[in-house]
Design a protein around this ligand. Structure first.
Ligand code: MGD
Ligand code: MGD
Ligand code: SF4
Length: 751
């Protein structure tokens, strides 16, 4: 049955309204005895507020928080969180492998496990120096955990080998914001969705990856049919089904399209000369200043016809999309991994910003370049706390001596404690483990044995290095390599802050006691660090609330100021957006805008002030088109792309525990276009081989027009089919984020 777009919109708008029907429900009679505890959904960067229902000390139900931005709504994953807490797969006791890799994990006491782990770290540092140890963290860890780990490793162990999975995810967005605006994090918020008149959705399958936001977009369209939705994606997804214009194009060619749009906008005089003349500086790729005329000359080659040749998008549609973008009263760009996970991901981010700066679609409600964050706390926990190998908290960088000194003074350690050289980024870290340069790693809240690119190359590192891992579920692939496995309290069994896409920080309060012998990770880390020789003065905390207070104080005076968000306030309110410098400040909707953002002086002569750069202006950067690292060729004629499905979270260690979600997607598959399938005599369910330059694997075929001809798609949730074994490990030169979206492959039917 084919649905009309109108019918689809209605369905799309309704499909995520699960909280309203109470899932899983609380019996009406028991409702009165239920205590509701406020928190945030454990899964995606949408950051929906939740209320956890507790009876007799047990979490029994969940519903959307009506006071948070999601207005009481949750998607199916969020609504099904409760059974994940109590799955029999939970790790309930500390364990060690006394006789090395390959031996059995044995249950031991906390003392024995922590002493075993700490001794190995202490011995490694004294024999090989601090850079022989590392921390590999997560955009799903609580803010307090990431801030603490960053401090322990950089100032305590004195190594900058602190990185994590946001490197696989948001690093290109960070690179984009910092190279264009001087500081990371978006200026926009979810209110932009309610005010946009044109959505430019590029490289984001919002309907599956950010379902509650997708519902908000669909509703905006449903009630305002003149609002235009443009989707730029080589796949026909549920997101593209609500689009007025879907550009189904050759993967990896976005840079040409984005430059082509800028070309048309300037040629048709649709640029906002007044805006970019006052607020922007044009810069060549080498950083040198250029003029608007130089920019025009740079764009000259990106004619609609040339863009058509590169991308496969008709010249007519290149003109159409450029005009829609520029002429709409308020254009909102939303993007995610189709842009970030690319060998030129930072450049692609810059080119989206260029379009907003050129047209002046920025600094008003509904007009913004809003990068969608994937994980629930990649923004608040990792980007803002600077828990990556080249960063320090609140927008500081390792390479800047003044920044290092500021942090040394704040943390009370001697000047020179923080190393001046950056540490290993994620992919390089696992390479250094394989060569033996890094010998002991603390892995927290991430599953790299499943999610790193080119797995055959990097699992030897996990096999060789000493691994201390905090986890909740035995199912995680990385536990196979753990020498010490530490059971972590899960989600509402502990308390901490998550910061989502829109600079909003929300607190999850502890609702129930940790299962079995699991413990809050901040306590595990502090105990471990002290045993491993870190000066206890560096860790003067009792709990997460103390750590939050230190971090909040540190943010004061910085461009990430959230000093006004006390723990008490976060308990009362359902999320606050920074900047929020004082306890009576309501938080900021429009960043960089006078009268809205408290960091813009009230008497500043300009309405918009990009204070992230010293000159107060944003950069319009000249970024030429570059092809992906491994395009299809005569030997490997298909492009393989990977990504998500709505019902599973990453490696399915959590969603896989819920029968309803598991049944929706029991295993991985490969999507093949009907034309390609007919040529190769492939039918639904046939076993199809994907063979790349790294490895080959078989998957059941799903014949569907989702992919354009020449493209195949595999989800990566299935640990029985580790599709990342097929992928290369090329990374973006600036952000070091891997290109998970494009690799060349052969496709054939298994005989
Ligand atoms: P993906 O499926 O990775 O999801 O959210 P998304 O980025 O929206 O890929 C996005 C889209 O990029 C796909 O539709 C793909 O076809 C398209 N794409 C591929 N190549 C190109 C290209 O060259 N150009 C363009 N323009 N598009 C391309 C990711 C986000 O989701 C993240 S980062 C995380 S961490 C969360 N994970 C997650 C999850 O695991 N499951 C679910 N259900 N939701 C999640 N939400 C978050
Ligand atoms: P997750 O399944 O989210 O995947 O990669 P990972 O972070 O490796 O891993 C989280 C782990 O933490 C799980 O093992 C979970 O059981 C555990 N966990 C859950 N809750 C807790 C807790 O409270 N405490 C502790 N200690 N542990 C907990 C995600 C990564 O994958 C990301 S973010 C991206 S964007 C990349 N996307 C991507 C892609 O698009 N394609 C391909 N092919 N690969 C990709 N890999 C990357
Ligand atoms: Fe959770 Fe994301 Fe679903 Fe909201 S949209 S309920 S944050 S998974």
């Amino acid at each position: 049955m084919k649905l009309s777009r109108r019918e689809f919109l209605k369905g799309a708008a309704a499909s995520t309204a699960l909280a309203a029907i109470g899932l899983p429900g609380v019996a009406a009679a028991a409702e009165a005895e239920t205590k509701w505890v406020k928190g945030v959904c454990r899964y995606c960067g949408t950051g929906c507020g939740v209320l956890v229902g507790v009876q007799n000390g047990k979490a029994v139900s969940i519903k959307g928080d009506p006071n948070n931005h999601n207005q009481g709504l949750l998607c199916l994953k969020g609504a099904m969180l409760i059974p994940v807490i109590y799955t029999p797969d939970r790790i309930l006791e500390p364990m060690i492998r006394r006789n090395g890799k390959g031996s059995e994990l044995e249950k031991v006491s906390w003392d024995e496990a922590l002493d075993f782990a700490a001794k190995r770290f202490r011995d490694t540092i004294s024999e090989f120096g601090p850079n022989a140890v590392a921390y590999y963290g997560s955009g799903q860890a609580l803010t307090e955990e990431s801030y603490l780990a960053n401090k322990i490793w950089k100032a305590g162990f004195k190594t900058n080998n602190v990185d994590g999975n946001p490197r696989l995810c948001m690093a290109s967005a960070v690179g984009g914001y910092t190279t264009t605006f001087g500081k990371d994090e978006p200026m926009g918020t979810y209110y932009d969705i309610d005010n946009a008149t044109c959505f430019f959705i590029i490289g984001s399958n919002t309907s599956e990856a950010h379902p509650v936001l997708f519902r908000r977009i669909a509703r905006r369209k449903q009630f305002n049919p003149d609002v235009k939705i443009i989707v730029v994606d080589p796949r026909r997804t549920n997101t593209s089904r609500i689009a007025d214009l879907h550009l189904h194009f050759k993967p990896g060619t976005d840079l040409a399209l984005l430059n082509g749009m800028a070309h048309v906008i300037i040629k048709d005089e649709l640029d906002d000369y007044r805006f970019h003349g006052r607020h922007c500086v044009f810069k060549d790729n080498d950083g040198s200043e250029r003029t608007f005329e130089d920019y025009k000359a740079f764009l000259a080659e990106y004619t609609p016809e040339r863009v058509q040749e590169i991308t496969g998008i008709s010249a007519e549609n290149v003109v159409k999309v450029a005009r829609l973008f520029a002429e709409s009263p308020n254009t909102l760009s939303l993007w995610c991994m189709g842009i970030n996970q690319r060998s030129y991901g930072v450049w692609a981010n810059n080119l989206i910003h260029n379009l907003h700066l050129l047209t002046g679609h920025i600094g008003r409600l509904g007009a913004s370049p809003l990068s969608l964050t994937g994980q629930p706390n990649a923004c608040g926990g990792v980007r803002d706390t600077g828990s990556l190998s080249h960063l320090l908290p609140a927008g500081r960088v390792i390479a800047n001596e003044k920044h290092r000194n500021e942090m040394e003074d704040f943390w009370g350690v001697p000047r020179g404690t923080i190393q001046p050289t950056i540490g290993h980024h994620a992919v390089a870290l696992f390479g250094a483990m394989a060569t033996g340069d890094v010998k002991a790693v603390f892995i927290h809240c991430t599953n790299p044995a499943h999610t790193l690119p080119n797995l055959n190359k990097y699992t030897p590192g996990l096999q060789k290095a000493f691994i201390v891992q905090t986890e909740c579920f035995h199912d995680a692939e990385t536990t196979k390599y753990a020498d010490v496995l530490l059971p972590a309290a899960f989600w509402c069994e502990t308390d901490g802050v998550y910061g989502c896409t829109e600079r909003r920080y929300s607190l999850t309060e502890q609702a129930v006691q940790p299962s079995g012998n699991s413990r809050p990770v901040v306590n595990i880390m502090m105990d471990f660090a002290k045993r491993a020789g870190v000066d206890p003065k560096l860790i003067p905390f009792e709990n997460a609330a103390d750590i939050w207070d230190e971090w909040r104080t540190l943010s004061n005076g910085s461009p990430y100021n959230f000093y006004g968000m006390t723990r008490e306030r976060l308990k009362k309110e359902s999320g606050i957006r920074w900047p929020c410098p004082t306890e009576d400040h309501p938080g900021t909707v429009l960043r960089f805008v006078r009268g809205e953002d408290p960091l813009v002086p009230a008497d500043h002569p300009e309405k918009v002030f990009f204070y992230g750069n010293p000159n107060g202006k944003a950069n319009i950067l000249f970024r030429p088109y570059m092809p992906p690292f491994e395009p299809a060729d005569a030997d490997y004629p298909f492009v393989l792309t990977t990504g998500r499905v709505i019902d599973h979270w990453h490696t399915a260690t959590m969603t896989g525990q819920v029968p309803e979600l598991r049944k929706a997607y029991p295993g991985a598959f490969v999507e093949v276009n009907p034309e390609d399938a007919a040529r190769m005599d492939i039918r639904n369910g046939d076993q199809v081989v994907l063979e790349t330059r790294r490895d080959k694997m078989t998957f059941p075929a799903k014949v569907t027009d989702t992919c354009m001809p020449g493209l195949v798609f595999c989800p990566f949730f299935d640990k029985k089919k580790l599709v990342n074994r097929l992928f290369h490990d090329a990374v973006d030169n600036i952000s070091k984020e891997p290109e998970y979206k494009i690799c060349a492959t052969k496709v054939y039917k298994q005989v």
